[in-house]
Ligand binder design. Structure first.
Ligand code: TXE
Length: 484
């Protein structure tokens, strides 16, 4: 497939108040193709002034036609948008592959997920409601679920379409007006989505997009006194800054900050069924997945067998250009490649059980070989820190007690899975592992628009996806009426 971007919109603009405008500072950031390192265009370097204009546009939208629209009408627009996304799935996949280096099939899955979010939240928009509460004689008490107002959305580069879908989708469905700051390394599908939203009939100002640097446009958005809720997905360090900025304005934040998610394989597991999940959950999107399963915990009796069979799969992994659609593409940037290579170097004294092959890796692309480390001790940095690359460690354990201790032994708590045929053990483990999502005999990195998702510990707080996200994007108001 060709490396032609074939864009149907101008990638160097911001969308503010329904208008495509140049960044007020007149400055731009380069767009690079991670598969080759080539410059393929430029995006806007939005400024604090652009964020001011976007927040003002969102504020106006919530007092204009968007704010007055019925929930059913909002839902209809989102569903129309979902259909439009589906019609352009291949275009979206192509530009995502070129912009972020995601192999085409994986990029396509993200575009389909974006459409699913619009369908889900479009359908749910008019199904969220408050309650009546029995109270004193002579009173009727009910609750209203109201939008926060202006919501800020700071999105990373690893799953732009999915994260925009879950965050902006739920916020719009509940009647908020959004300001979206996509990641500097991954803006194209955010702009494409905004262009489609406009064409789907979303009123001006309901969705504004300001690309730019995290330290400029991102920081301006999180500190803005006109923003009423921030939804952030990214690193722990930046998440802390976002929460500090939000605290100064006393506004709620949803933080999704990644993890070190384990899969726990017991001796009674269906190992052939587990194997594809064990490996795919670590190498999907080149391991740049918040819910990547980077730790595989295996009970001693089956440990050698699992390592051997995972290693065979690793050795067969093909790495190369996103447009060649192999198992693993490049990492997002040279910086990310350095971080991941640094971690692989830190494992020099460990046993490398299996490694993927570079088969189409032009110079200048950000490639690393997927690497499986065996016999890693739980205290090693490879078993503790988020690597955010195609690297997994396999750790042996003796019994349930030890499995729980290792599984819960990092700062994170996003996702976990338990592989066992023993129902009682499944239930015990699901209760004892500290994670926002537990899978039993499967693993769902990135999947399930219906399933509430979010972290414990340093994986963050607040829940996205499903109906739960809609509660997060609304404020509960209690009305107590005395009528005698
Ligand atoms: O993240 P940042 P980076 C982890 C992963 C990765 C590491 C660094 O381990 O190796 O973070 O990635 C915006 N105010 N994750 O540096 O900085 C930024 O523009 C407001 C896990 O890319 O957190 C981008 O839009 N916003 C993760 C977004 O924050 C700011 C996904 C994420 O960037 C800002 C990505 C600021 N001061 C990385 N500084 C996951 N949970 O999936 C930056 N940003």
């Amino acid at each position: 497939m060709s490396d032609d971007l074939g864009l149907w919109f101008d990638p160097s603009k911001c969308l503010i108040a329904g208008e495509w405008v140049a960044p007020s500072g007149g400055q731009y950031l380069p767009l690079e193709n991670p598969s080759t390192g080539e410059k393929i265009g430029q995006i806007a370097r939005g400024t604090g002034a652009d964020i001011d204009a976007a927040v003002a546009a969102a504020e106006a939208a919530r007092h204009g036609p968007w704010g007055r629209m019925s929930a059913a009408e909002r839902g209809r627009i989102l569903m129309t948008l979902g259909r439009m996304v589906l019609e352009r799935v291949d275009d979206l996949a192509r530009i995502e592959a070129l912009d972020v280096g995601k192999p085409l099939k994986q990029a396509r899955a993200d575009a389909v997920a974006l459409a699913r979010y619009m369908e889900f939240y479009g359908g749910a928009a008019d199904k969220l409601h408050g309650e009546t509460i029995p109270y004193l004689e002579g009173y009727t008490v009910y609750t209203l679920r109201e939008p926060h107002g202006v919501t800020g959305h700071i999105v990373p580069w690893n799953y732009p379409m999915q994260i925009i879908g879950r965050s902006v989708g739920a916020a719009l469905a509940t009647g908020n007006a959004c300001v979206l700051k996509p990641a500097e390394d991954a803006c194209l599908t955010a702009l494409a989505f905004a262009e489609m939203a406009k064409a789907a009939g979303l009123p001006d100002g309901a969705l504004n997009v300001v690309p730019g640097l995290g330290s400029e446009a991102g920081a301006a958005l999180t500190a803005h006194p006109g923003v009423h809720h921030i939804s952030f997905t990214g690193s722990v360090a930046t998440g802390v800054m976002v929460q500090e900025a939000a605290a100064k304005n006393v506004i709620p934040v949803t933080l999704e900050l990644g993890g070190k998610s384990p899969q726990v394989v017991f001796e009674d597991a269906d190992i052939p069924a587990a194997l594809p999940f064990l490996v795919n959950a670590g190498i999907q999107n080149a391991g740049q997945t918040c819910s990547a399963s980077s730790r595989i915990l295996v009970q001693r009796a089956v440990y050698d067998q699992v390592v051997e069979r995972m290693a065979l799969r690793y050795d067969a992994l093909k790495v190369g250009r996103a447009m060649d659609d192999l198992d693993v593409g490049p990492l997002i940037s040279a910086r990310q490649k350095n971080i991941v290579s640094g971690f692989i170097d830190k494992g020099a004294d460990l046993q490398i059980a299996g490694q993927g092959q570079l088969v189409s890796a032009p110079n200048g692309g950000n490639y690393v070989r997927p690497t499986l480390f065996a016999n890693v001790s739980p205290g090693h940095c490879l078993a503790r820190d988020e690597i955010f690359g195609p690297v997994q460690v396999v750790i042996p354990f003796e019994d349930e007690e030890e499995a729980v201790a290792i599984a819960n032994g990092t700062d994170y708590g996003l996702v976990a899975s338990v592989w066992s045929q023993n129902g009682a053990r499944q239930m015990r483990m699901a209760k004892r592992i500290r994670a926002g999502q537990i899978f039993i005999n499967n693993y769902g990195a990135g999947g399930g628009v219906e399933l509430p998702f979010g972290g414990m510990g340093k994986s963050g707080h607040g829940r996205e996806k499903g109906f739960e996200a809609m509660y997060g994007f609304t404020v509960l108001k209690t009305v107590a009426a005395f009528h005698g």
